[in-house]
Design a protein around this ligand. Structure first.
Ligand SMILES: *Cc1c(COP(=O)(O)O)cnc(C)c1O
Length: 377
């Protein structure tokens, strides 16, 4: 096959990070001896301990994925049990955030986002607050920190819990502390597509250690001893193989974020002068994890978001419209919950997240940037 005929590599928005093959094999070898491959074995324990160290946090409970971790913390906090059945959240997120609220029998109430960082707007939280609200569930979108101080102020004023969806925030630091250490609890996702993965996996970081027992029991059928079952729990245990992958990937996380940083910088250099494009603007107190590369287009840009998306597709570059559609526009929600969130709507219609992952070459970044800078050829 000549150079010209060679099919071009498909570039996706992300690519799962894997440790060296031998390193993973070495890590799972002991499992062939112990035959303990799930139910909170040694790898689970080691993973939990190393995560606590890396994140600089006291309390963590591992889960089979981020979503079940979110459902787990809502249950462990017994939200709704005092009669208040609503949780304020953002429509500008992945399906999981709202689904967790609804699947636990609670009602989502949607606040708008801020145009400068796409996180929930505290003023809008105040606009939608009622006596039925028991918690706030904001999202650190693209690893950008929410307005943590203002949100805590509102929570204190109205006696609300704050649970952060920190699925995008692994490795990001805010004010010298892990971004996942704020609020009453934070959910982390270790899904294959995230900055850090254990193939599938997730966790809850939490402040009040009274939550440890219900969180740990929720993921194991509420079993508290060989002959006792105290809670109506589910099953959300992280396996030893997933924990082993997490242990390996955690050894390389800093290098992995460094590589993302150089890619992010290249995008920034090449795209900052392009008319009609807004790039992420990191606040000073943030040490970012460079998890996503969102570009927000406005009227001055040469094409619409959907046109740019298609142009990239024809070059085998698969960007993603994170987050489009808004959660409130999903078929399962659009006739069920109302929302007045014009900024979220506008951002959802004009955002595109470009490929970013540690092994993306700068040459490919340049090629992507050339298309974004001149979409009409
Ligand atoms: C990935 C993601 C989740 C769900 O995490 P899983 O580990 O895939 O269950 C929840 N919220 C957001 C914002 C996410 O990006």
């Amino acid at each position: 096959m000549s150079e010209i005929e060679k099919p071009r590599e498909q570039i996706f928005v992300t690519q799962a990070t894997l440790p060296p093959f031998e390193e993973y094999v070495e890590e799972i070898k002991p499992l062939w001896k112990s035959h303990i491959i799930t139910n909170m074995g040694e790898k689970h324990h080691t993973f939990e301990t190393t995560l606590k160290e890396y994140l600089g946090i006291e309390n963590i409970s591992l889960y089979t994925n981020g979503h079940s971790a979110l459902e787990g913390i809502i249950e462990a906090m017994e939200l709704g049990s005092d009669g208040r059945k609503s949780i304020i959240t953002t429509p500008y997120t992945f399906a999981s955030t709202t689904h967790a609220i609804v699947r636990k029998g609670l009602t989502p109430v949607f606040a708008d986002i801020k145009r400068d960082d796409y996180t929930i707007d505290p003023d809008s939280i105040r606009d939608v607050i009622t006596e039925d609200v028991c918690a706030i569930l904001p999202v650190h979108v693209y690893g950008m920190p929410c307005d943590i101080e203002s949100i805590q102020q509102i929570a204190d004023e109205f006696n609300l819990k704050v649970i952060y969806d920190a699925a995008h925030a692994f490795g990001a630091m805010w004010n010298g502390r892990s971004l996942a250490s704020y609020g009453d609890a934070s959910m982390l996702s270790f899904h294959a597509t995230k900055v850090f993965n254990s193939i599938e996996g997730g966790a809850v970081c939490f402040a009040d250690n009274k939550l440890e027992k219900p969180l740990n029991q929720w993921k194991n059928f509420g079993i508290t001893g060989p002959e006792s079952v105290e809670y109506v729990g589910g099953n959300a245990k992280l396996t030893e193989f997933n924990a082993a992958m997490g242990i390996c990937n955690l050894r390389h996380i800093e290098e992995s974020i460094e590589k993302r940083k150089s890619i992010f910088k290249r995008y920034y250099e090449k795209l900052k002068g392009v008319e009609g494009i807004t790039l992420p603007n990191f606040p000073n107190k943030l040490e970012p994890n460079y998890s996503y590369m969102p570009v927000l287009l406005d009227k001055k840009y040469k094409s619409t978001r959907d046109e740019l998306f298609k142009t990239l597709e024809t070059d085998d570059i698969h960007a993603r419209k994170y987050f489009y559609p808004l959660v409130t526009d999903y078929a399962c929600y659009k006739d069920r919950f109302s929302a007045n969130t014009p900024i979220a709507k506008n951002v959802a219609d004009n955002i595109l997240t470009l490929p970013i992952y540690p092994d993306l070459s700068l040459k490919d970044v340049d090629r992507i940037c050339a298309i974004v800078a001149a979409p009409q050829r």
